[in-house]
Design a protein around this ligand. Structure first.
Ligand code: GUN
Length: 284
């Protein structure tokens, strides 16, 4: 068997086109233009690249860009003051603090300053609580992007056994909640899980979000399963994921490539959250 590749670029382009339409409709109905504040601290090269892509996509879909770049030695107080300023700015619909922050800063305390209505990354405790209770709120972008990809490829979720490898606040945990809300049976594995392959081979849908290059090989995958690779690693040969692509594409039924799978979906869902947040302000 050779897996059908799940084309995140094409799906993300469709989501972004929908976002651009919603932005134009909002401007027509209410003269409100959604705006995104990205807050970047320091000079991590990968974070610079990610934030630049987010800003470019934001402007391309008709939203306004309210970027703030703070020096690496920024204090917690100054970072929080910057977040508070964006929180109070009516032109800013959504706030994103790019992670990781330099080690002297407390990212939980910083993120806690973001009002839930502007939490387009879905990372605050309030957003996590709303998600876990099944209440309306902004959902984390990468998990929302994974669900959008699964839906686009008509992968059934209700009753499916989903095994997620990784329990991060950014991906594993919220993705488990999102899929539970869609009536999947969810298993979350992590670095202390024993006999990982025994769990992952049970999966109808296997999601690798451990941050370990090449962790998932053919022996981890039930033939025909859907495999989603959330990992991203820079190597001298280019980008690769948590899944050993060459092995797994011979076993899986569907598989996301790296790059071009989940990655483009994260930005698309960020834009979608930003226009949703702007809509909510108008209807408030
Ligand atoms: N760093 C890596 N991915 C993300 C993300 O989705 N959001 C934020 N804020 N930082 C990140």
């Amino acid at each position: 068997m050779t897996a059908t590749l799940m084309d995140g670029k094409t799906v993300a382009a469709r989501v972004r086109a929908d976002v651009a339409t919603r932005v134009a409709e909002l401007a027509e109905q209410s003269a409100v233009r959604p705006g995104l504040a990205t807050i970047l601290v320091g000079d991590d090269p990968a974070s610079h690249v990610y934030v630049a892509s987010k800003r470019k996509a934001c402007v391309a879909s008709g939203m306004t860009d309210h970027h703030r770049h703070l020096p690496a030695e920024t204090t917690q107080h100054d970072l929080e003051a910057t977040i508070d300023e964006a929180a109070d700015d009516p032109a800013v619909s959504g706030i994103l603090v790019q992670l990781p922050l330099p080690p002297h800063l407390d990212s939980d305390a910083a993120i806690a300053r973001i009002p839930a209505g502007k939490d387009v990354d879905g990372l605050t405790t309030v957003s996590a609580g709303l998600l876990s209770r099944g209440q309306i709120g902004l959902r984390p972008c990468t998990p929302a992007g994974v669900v959008e990809l699964l839906d686009t490829y008509s992968i059934p979720l209700a009753g499916a056994h989903v095994v997620i490898v990784g329990r991060s606040a950014l991906v594993g945990r919220p993705l488990g909640q999102l899929l539970l809300a869609r009536d999947a049976t969810v298993t979350i594995c992590h670095s202390k899980t024993q006999r990982l392959a025994e769990h992952t081979r049970q999966a109808d849908i296997l999601i690798a979000a451990a941050g370990v290059r090449g962790l998932i090989g053919a022996e981890h995958v039930r033939p025909g399963a859907t495999v989603i690779d959330v990992g991203i690693h820079r190597t001298p040969e280019g980008l690769c994921g948590d899944v050993d692509f060459d092995q797994v594409h011979r076993v899986a039924g569907h598989l996301t490539p790296v790059p071009g799978g989940v990655g483009p979906m994260t930005i698309a869902m960020l834009l979608s959250n930003t226009v949703t947040a702007a809509h909510a302000t108008v209807s408030r």
